[in-house]
Design a protein around this ligand. Structure first.
Ligand SMILES: [Mg+2]
Ligand SMILES: [Zn+2]
Length: 224
């Protein structure tokens, strides 16, 4: 806690909690025709995340539900230090939310072993009832966000006002840009590091969650 505020972490999933981006891994593995330009459009922000991810999954038949789910869950590899970070947060009264642009059918099973309360996990949904996989958006942008995020991190972050919370975000990529602009501190990898540099946002680069724990520990030592 700093200045009487409660610490809260908003943590990305794909490419952050997991080493790889699971959506990219799924689409590359099942390789439907035409996926590459859609991915490029998302990465270069020519297409909103919601629109692009919706299009990518619509390329896959619902009949492949089991294959897609099993593939996604089996290939996901957790970044080092994740369980330790969760322990550190529990011991130090740091609220930990997973704010993921990923999809429920792989996010929940992959996180299962870690005991994170379900209400602390925000991600997109999925509907396999039609011919093709349809992504659903239970956490879409509020009226203050015009990014068409899909799972809107700024919308979630705004529920925790800066007057009461010391807000931190952990992430790696395009789905984290909008949230990174709101928080007090960003733990960044990859593309998010470049973006933080470009915008002059306070950030700490990390490779494993041990790096994040080390920094949190230092901050606490300084304050106390
Ligand atoms: Mg990510
Ligand atoms: Zn949004």
């Amino acid at each position: 806690m700093s200045g009487g505020k409660r610490d809260i972490i908003f943590c990305d999933f794909d490419g952050t909690i997991t080493v790889n981006d699971n959506i990219i891994a799924i689409i590359r593995h099942f390789d439907p025709p035409g996926w590459q330009p859609v991915v490029d459009d998302i990465i270069h922000q020519r297409k909103s995340v919601r629109q692009g991810v919706g299009e990518l999954f619509r390329m896959l038949p619902s009949a492949k539900r089991r294959e897609v789910t099993e593939f996604a869950v089996s290939q996901a590899k957790i970044r080092d230090g994740f369980a330790e970070l969760l322990d550190y947060c529990r011991e130090n009264d740091i609220e930990f939310l997973v704010t993921s642009g990923g999809i429920d059918f792989f996010v929940y099973p992959v996180l299962e072993p870690f005991g994170i309360p379900k209400e602390n996990i925000f991600c997109n949904g999925s509907d396999f009832s039609g011919e093709r996989i349809e992504i659903t958006w239970p956490n879409a942008c509020d009226s203050e966000c015009s990014n068409d995020c899909g799972m809107c991190k700024p919308t979630v972050i705004r529920r925790y006002p800066p007057s009461a919370y010391n807000r931190m975000l952990i992430g790696d990529s395009v789905t984290d840009f909008a949230g990174a602009k709101l928080v007090d501190l960003v733990f960044s990898r990859a593309q998010l590091t470049e973006k933080c540099r470009e915008l002059g946002l306070p950030h700490i680069e990390f490779e494993t969650f041990h790096d994040v724990i080390r920094h949190l520990r230092q901050e606490r030592t300084v304050i106390r």
